[in-house]
Design a protein. Sequence first.
Length: 139
Amino acid sequence: MKNTLGRVVILVRDYDEAGRFYTAALGFHKLYDATLNGQRYLHLAPSPGELTGIWLLQAVGPEQDALVGRQAGEQPLLVLYTDSFNAYHQQLEDHGVTISQGPVITPDATFLHFQDLYGNEIVQVQLPDTTTPDPTLNN
């Protein structure tokens, strides 16, 4: 049996605002954007051709609205691996993204923490001498 992660749901206040942030500031690409039976499906991926990604879902009602920007509590919501740390860091700064920690350089990884437009914590990581995450590394 093979299982594959499809999407991680991120609650947002506004589809278009969040979509612009994730595409412009973070470099995500649209996988799918359609409204079916009154529900909008806005799926984004961190790189072209990648199928794993995020589903931006507009919060409905006060309970969900209260969770926007704090779905993971005080912990990171996402970890994004990159093969070009400095370029991605510069892209974040060019778009005014709030860097909340770092960059930190260790023998195992270079990383920083930043926030999306609603305050969700995201970690950018580059592993040494590799373009893909090491599944045995416990970050």
